[in-house]
Write a protein that binds this ligand. Sequence first.
Ligand code: R5P
Length: 292
Amino acid sequence: MKVVCPSFSGIYEPNVEIRQFPDGDSYVRVPNAKEAMGKNAILFTRLYPNQDSAIFQTLLVLRALRENKARSITLVVPYLPYSRQDKTFKEGEVKSAEILCETLREQGVSHLITFDCHFLKREGEFEYGGLKITNLSMNKEIIGRAREIAGGELEIMSPDEGANYLVKEFGGSSMKKVRAGYGEGEGAAGGEEGEIYRGIGKMEMEKDVGGKCVLIIDDMISTGSTMLKAVENVKKGGAKKVICAATHGFFLKDSLKKLREECEKVFVTDSIETEASEISIKPAIEKALEQM
Ligand code: R5P
């Protein structure tokens, strides 16, 4: 049984009703909830943008499926919010990623399917926060598309070692990125009042990219600081053409515009719908569901 939230409309036809009360509370209704009885329900939802309300709405949909006695629930979430908060640095902080996964499990999710999840750092099967997770990677599709664009030799790089898993099977290499402290470093200056952001301290590159066409691939482009710094590096190194790509594109502030000014091409998947989304995650979702 497929249960599709409106946020998934670019991929499947929605059959869940989500609206808002005048005070901002969410109204959620699963009209076919009764069909869940004894079945494996597959719930499709995007949890970005507006992650906090999207998470709560998902909990309401899960409750409707459980109250109607779904046998199991597989949740498909292309980009998992809070996935960059799996560690604590200061006393009193919490691991938001773990809390989200634990909550989903407690609310009846038996299996989560997601893409290039930041804290998992490779494709495969995992258990985290007690939740079974299948982490799919879009690296093959992204690199394939970049090769078409390049039309010849392509040097593949990731901007940091955390994203090395995206490039290593294709003979790619990684730059070394060191984050600055909170509110410090390149890219942090654009932060707004109350925003928590760690800029880039430094980024080093050993590879010789002189005269080459370079793809820089990352799991996500958020404020764009990482990608912009990586582009600066390869251009300083003499790259003749630069392509930037990621699985998840947030493109906060004016980062898409800035990247487009600096590169020949910028593209992402539709895990988050953006004007730079060129690769569909749908075939990968369908393949993963077939293999379940
Ligand atoms: C961090 O390690 C991630 O892989 C990305 O490089 C990072 O989150 C991108 O963020 P931003 O675009 O704000 O630099």
